[in-house]
Structure formats: C-alpha cells, structure tokens
Design a protein around this ligand. Structure first.
Ligand code: AQP
Length: 329
C-alpha cells in the first residue's frame, strides 16, 4: 500500500482546527494507506515550552489520537524523538536547503514575531525537520491543514534536489487537504485557531466539556454586521457558520441561513445549535479519553511498539541515503 506520513506537535490542547483540518482525515485515510503518524516533540521545542508539561502533552496527544480512532494495529503511531534517524536526516537535508527558502516561510515569520526574544535556529530549520520526517519513510502523501502547505512544498523541493544530486531516492510527497482547510480563532477570526495561543477562549479543545464549549461559543465573534438580533446577517461572513458546516445537519444549516439572512433568529440561538452539535460529537471521544487516562501504561506500550516499527523502516532508508551520499559506514 502507498505510504502516508503526518505529524502533530504536543504543544498544547488539541483543538477543532487540528481535528477538522487534519486528524479527522487521518482516521479515514487509515483504510486506504499505509499510515505513519508521529507526535512531533522535537518540533514543539522550537518555541519556548515547559519541560515539566512536555511529558504530559506527549501522552495526552497520544490519548487523543487513539480516542478519535487511530488504530495502532493498522497504523504506526510513535513519538518523533524516539526514532533518532529523524534528526540525523534533518542534518543531512540542512546541507542542501537554501537559507533564503527558510527565511521566507510564513510560519517562521509569524512565530518569530510572536516570540521575538526566542528566535532560535531550530525555528528557522523547522521545515527541514518536517521534510526529514516525511522523506525518511519515503511517504507519498501527507494529510495537512492549509497552514502547512508551504512547508510541504519545500519538502518537495528538497526531495527533488536530493534526487538530482544523489540519484532518485525520494518520491515528491503530495498534500491531502481536508474539507476544513483553515479553521479560524473564535476571538479573532483573522487568525487561525492555534494551540500555542495564550488565550484558551480562542479555540475549542477536544477535551472541552459541553459547559466550556458553550461558554467559549457564547462569547465568540460572529458576523460583524449583526449588532442586534434585528440586523440581517450574511452567514458566509460568520466564522461560526464555517463550524456549522462540519457539525450541523442540512436541515439546521438551512434554518440558520434563512433565520440569519432575514433576522428571524439571533446569534445566540445559532450558537446554541452549534454548541449542542459539537458536544454531541466530542462527548463520546471524551469518554474514550477518560478510559485511556486510566491506562497510561497501555498508551506507552503502543508508542514503544510504534517506535520499533518506525525505526525499522527509518534505519533501512537512512542507510540507503547515506550510502548514496558517499558515507562509508
Ligand atoms: N486552524 C487550523 N485549521 C486547519 N488545520 C489546522 N492545523 C492546525 N491548525 C489548524 C493542522 O493540524 C495539524 C497539526 O498541527 P501541528 O500541531 O503540527 O501544528 P500547527 O499547524 O502549527 O498547529 P497549531 O495548533 O497552530 O499548533 P502551534 O500553535 O503549536 O503552532 C497540521 O496538519 C495542521 O495543518
């Protein structure tokens, strides 16, 4: 079967952006591809982080992935730092990646702006490590949200360059975009929903209980034209209407479009429908999360087993790469 790789950073609470933009797709793709999923902890240390919470974040990310339906019997699930070939290949790819390409990456510019006192070389080299993650397994497909497309394009450029210099080795990996390309922040819809933000009201975490979901939605920004209930609105201009597309039924969506455009319903009613539907999808996931939280040893075993399987492929491919480059051992 064709190989597919994707990763998620253990950099905070996993939110609806991650879920709709990437993770929900991961579950479906398991049927069609040979999937390798990684909790990319080396990526998460490129911005200031806490060594005290990193271990928890790693295990909780794994628990969420297992709870939404990643099947470790079908797919490989492992922690990036436990397969050292990732950083070894990243070093190699460093030497064929132009500095200018790294400096123009949007994510680098945004994160450098967000952490002006912590602009480290790792933040700049982030896309090289991402290229190494993917190319190490010769993955042909990478399911990602729109925010990662630029990095994937660079991975393709790096793969082409390596193939040209040292002989055909890597496929040029293609993105698989979900229907939810980019989910925006609840408090500032100009920004994408993001884990590492300081404002938890800007995202809905998969672990948020129904009362928290309601609290966050009740203060979320909607169509700016609707200052009062009597103001007609444009659903397409409302950030929350995007979320309805993924959680609400056709009948509810039609009701909202009509009610919003003709000012027959207020934003609060629309938000109540959304809160109910998001909770309906997240509560069963949260029940599974509770079970895994009581059995963290099992989660560790799954990750260790995944690392063994990933290492086997990584070791073989890295040996081939090094041989082509002229290394003698
Ligand atoms: N808002 C989003 N809409 C759609 N997809 C998204 N993804 C992230 N945010 C959105 C997709 O989720 C996958 C995992 O993301 P990541 O952990 O690798 O890092 P990220 O893209 O940088 O996501 P965050 O949540 O914004 O994390 P931080 O704040 O730590 O940087 C990716 O496929 C991503 O496209």
């Amino acid at each position: 079967m064709t190989k597919l790789f994707s990763g998620i950073q253990p950099s905070g609470e996993i939110h609806l952006g991650n879920y709709l933009g990437a993770l929900k797709n991961w579950i479906k793709l398991q049927k069609k591809y040979d999937c390798i999923f990684s909790i990319v902890d080396y990526h998460a240390i490129t911005v200031p982080y806490s060594p005290k919470t990193l271990p928890e974040n790693i295990i909780e990310t794994a628990i969420i992935l297992l709870s939404i339906g990643i099947n470790p019997k079908k797919s490989i699930l492992f922690v990036q730092s436990t397969v050292s070939e990732h950083t070894e290949l990243a070093w190699i790819l460093n030497t064929i990646t132009p500095l200018g390409d790294l400096k123009r990456m949007t994510q680098f510019k945004q994160k450098a702006k967000a952490h002006p006192k912590a602009i480290n070389a790792g933040l700049l080299n982030y896309p090289i490590l991402m290229a190494a993650d993917i190319l190490l397994y010769k993955a042909e497909y990478v399911p990602v949200g729109e925010d990662q497309l630029q990095h994937l394009e660079l991975t393709r450029t790096i793969a082409r360059k390596f193939n040209k210099l040292f002989g055909k080795t890597f496929p040029e990996p293609k993105p698989i975009l979900g229907k939810a390309k980019r989910i925006m922040s609840l408090t500032n819809p100009k920004n994408k929903m993001s884990k590492s933000t300081k404002n938890p009201n800007s995202y809905i975490a998969l672990t948020d209980k129904p009362d928290v979901i309601w609290k966050k939605l009740s203060t979320a920004v909607t169509d700016p034209a609707r200052k009062r209930k009597t103001d007609p609105g444009t659903p397409e201009k409302c950030n929350l209407f995007t979320l309805h597309q993924f959680f609400s039924s056709k009948k509810e969506i039609d009701y909202i479009i009509d009610g919003c455009k003709k000012a027959k319903i207020g934003c609060l009613e629309c938000k109540k429908i959304l809160a109910k539907n998001i909770s309906k999808e997240l509560v069963p996931i949260q029940k599974k999360i509770e079970k895994f939280l009581k059995n963290k040893d099992l989660v560790r075993e799954i990750l260790e087993d995944g690392a063994k399987k990933a290492k086997k492929i990584a070791k073989k491919n890295l040996a081939e790469i090094k041989k082509k480059m002229g290394f003698i051992f």
